[in-house]
Design a protein around this ligand. Structure first.
Ligand SMILES: *Cc1c(COP(=O)(O)O)cnc(C)c1O
Length: 417
């Protein structure tokens, strides 16, 4: 699978991959917690991995398996693991691959939960995280030279809207034989991290993939592990036994045996069913989102005071050129408004009739939230600086409504502040 530059491939792939051609054509919901084995030999075979049948729902179930298969086809992975949430997917991958004493390089802006995980929680277990700006390639290369175990980046900074040069980051990770994890939550389909060279793609499927704010979920999509490749470096020696046993599917076995089994961040069948329903229309929705975001950004730029609206499609954004050259399918649903202070931000949010104020993104409806008083309220000034959170920052997630209605609502709310 090569990088896709438009949605044509996904338009056919997604509706054709979900469900079945015979019998019930919608996905089956199989909620059983346990699965019977035909005999003792079959039980042994399932536990050894030689027989591919469900073992116990913490380790996977048939509805999750269908979601995993569709998601892994979307990104061209060898396999995927569905989890209870996006944070579940991130913590599964990190706790499976890291050991005490390791260091993670976190590039760019990060979702609040991920930042807290890396800044507060992982250090309690002896894993250190270093943060650096998306374009600070001097520091990035220096860190890689010191032997960091993992590089992590979001496909677009949420909520700082910086666009990383994913190809350059991936090439450096290749040069220094370091695992690259891309959180592609905000840009499913429109960015295909495995094609750029990433090793693992993470999604919170709660966002655009489900789309309807109906199911919490996550997925990790895994690359085939090459014999003698990245994972065979000395810094990954603690994974050696599983790599030898699992070969090209080593990421799957490592995640299942070192995290899923022990922490149980497993997806549930009904959530996976709802997520599969969302996937049927994902391509259509991401096309509409791209159009809507660009139209709303333009209308707001014209209709609000200058310097308020922030989106890479606008000419004065620092990554406008990168957006035009490398993001032909857009960069997802996010944009932001800088109102200068909290009072004006609150006034605008409360004057809007259309926006739903919530901590979600990537919904079919347009959503908004004041950042500093909510998701980022517990963070110190230094962290807020790193993440680009200011007093007047509102994050918008543009939905499927008529873009002129969205822009008009925000402009009218602005006139009241
Ligand atoms: C929401 C989000 C997550 C966390 O996902 P949950 O499903 O809420 O656990 C991780 N990364 C990004 C970029 C997100 O937007």
């Amino acid at each position: 699978m090569k990088m896709k530059k438009n949605f044509d491939y996904f338009d056919t792939l997604l509706p054709q991959s979900v469900g079945s051609k015979t019998g019930a054509i919608a996905p089956d919901i199989i909620p059983s917690a346990a699965f019977g084995y035909a005999n003792a030999q079959e039980a042994e075979g399932i536990f050894s991995g030689e027989i591919q049948k469900p073992l116990y729902a913490r380790m996977g179930n048939p509805t999750n398996a269908q979601l995993e298969s569709v998601m892994s086809r979307i990104d061209g992975g060898i396999s995927a693991i569905a989890t209870a949430s996006g944070m579940g997917a991130i913590s599964m991958v990190l706790t499976a691959l890291l050991k005490s004493g390791d260091e993670v390089l976190c590039i760019g802006g990060f979702f609040g939960g991920t930042y807290a995980l890396m800044h507060e929680t992982m250090p309690r277990f002896g894993v250190q995280a270093t943060f650096c700006d998306v374009d600070d390639f001097g520091s990035i290369e220096k860190k890689l030279q010191t032997g960091v175990a993992i590089v992590m980046v979001e496909s677009i900074g949420n909520p700082n809207l910086k666009l990383p040069d994913l190809q350059k980051i991936s090439d450096l990770c290749h040069q220094y034989q370091t695992i690259l994890i891309v959180d592609n939550t905000a840009t499913p389909l429109v960015i295909q991290p495995l094609q750029i060279g990433a090793d693992i793609v993470i999604y919170s499927t709660t966002k655009n993939i489900c789309g309807h704010s109906a199911a919490l979920g996550g997925v990790a999509i895994l690359r085939e592990v090459k014999n003698g490749g990245k994972l065979y470096q000395e810094k990954y020696l603690h994974l050696e036994k599983l790599i030898q046993k699992a070969g090209k599917n080593a990421f799957l076995v490592i995640c299942k045996k070192r995290a899923m089994r022990d922490y149980g961040m497993s997806a549930n069948a009904f959530g996976s069913f709802l997520t599969l329903l969302g996937i049927e229309t994902l391509s259509l929705r991401m096309q509409r989102v791209k159009q809507n975001v660009e139209i709303v950004a333009k209308l707001l730029e014209a209709g609000l005071a200058s310097g308020i609206v922030r989106h890479p499609s606008l000419s004065f954004h620092e990554h406008n050129q990168r957006y035009r050259e490398s993001y032909p399918m857009g960069c997802g649903s996010l944009m932001s408004l800088e109102l200068g202070d909290k009072k004006r931000a609150f006034k605008l949010l409360n004057a809007s009739k259309l926006l739903t104020q919530t901590a979600n993104i990537g919904d079919n409806r347009s959503l908004a939230l004041h950042m500093k008083s909510t998701i980022y309220r517990d963070f110190d000034e230094k962290s807020l600086g790193i993440l680009g959170i200011t007093d007047g920052l509102i994050r918008l997630s543009i939905g499927l409504e008529n873009p002129e209605d969205i822009a008009q609502d925000i402009i009218e709310a602005f006139q009241k502040i």
